[in-house]
Design a protein around this ligand. Structure first.
Ligand code: GSH
Length: 208
């Protein structure tokens, strides 16, 4: 059976939601395995040398890492669930565009905020790296708000893998002391996201 490795509240949450969306629609079996991160004895090290989630191990033993590969791969397991779009369509490229933007710009913008120690050893300098990081992240959140203007979901009128992944980072904003009250459209979007059965089930599974 295909296995998807996730960690509580990590960026693997988007893949977790996609897995639940496609299994709800088709009954396809995917085993979700919750692992701890940054501990040498975590089972994730046996499957992904970088020790990161999300990681997929397919039923014939192939290992797939990186959100940019995993999100489309999972979604394509069940095209009828319409979490992605057919090859060659502009819609497919637009979903990929969102995934690329979220993966490089938005996820990357959280690093100086969450882990400023990666950038400088001095604690005072780390404080200003974090502050500057929050300013940059807030600018990018404005970009997200503009991209979503007048829309229910990121691409087309339905929930896609782009939304499954976007919700991860909107849920992370309180970690950067960014209050969604500043962005009422995004707060409403997150309410729609959090109300989905797949999201509620993924939150409950990861918290258990
Ligand atoms: N570029 C990777 C990043 C994955 C990543 O950084 N995952 C984090 C969780 S959000 C992780 O597993 N961190 C553990 C570590 O780096 O040791 C992707 O998008 O899949």
């Amino acid at each position: 059976m295909t296995k998807l490795y996730v960690a509580q509240g990590a960026c693997s949450f988007g893949a977790h939601v996609v897995a639940r969306e496609i299994t709800q629609a088709s009954g396809l079996p995917i085993e979700i395995i919750k692992v701890p991160l940054r501990t040498p004895d975590s089972p994730i090290h046996k499957v992904n040398p970088l020790g990161r989630v999300p990681t997929v191990v397919t039923d014939n033993g192939n290992v797939i890492t990186e959100n940019g590969a995993i999100l489309p791969w999972l979604a394509d397991l069940n095209p009828d669930a319409k979490l992605f779009a057919p090859v060659g369509t502009a819609e497919r490229a637009q979903i990929q565009e969102w995934i690329g933007f979220l993966n490089s710009d938005i996820h990357g913008a959280f690093r100086p905020v969450n882990r400023p120690n990666l950038f400088h050893p001095d604690e005072e300098v780390q404080k200003s790296i974090r502050e500057q990081g929050i300013t940059r992240l807030r600018e990018l959140v404005r970009v997200v708000q503009r991209k979503l203007e007048g829309k229910t979901w990121a691409v087309g009128e339905r929930f896609t893998a782009a939304d499954a992944y976007l919700g991860v980072f909107l849920r992370w904003l309180p970690r950067a002391n960014i209050d969604l009250a500043e962005f009422p459209d995004l707060a409403a979007y997150l309410e729609r996201y959090n109300a989905r059965e797949s999201v509620k089930a993924a939150i409950a599974f990861e918290a258990a």
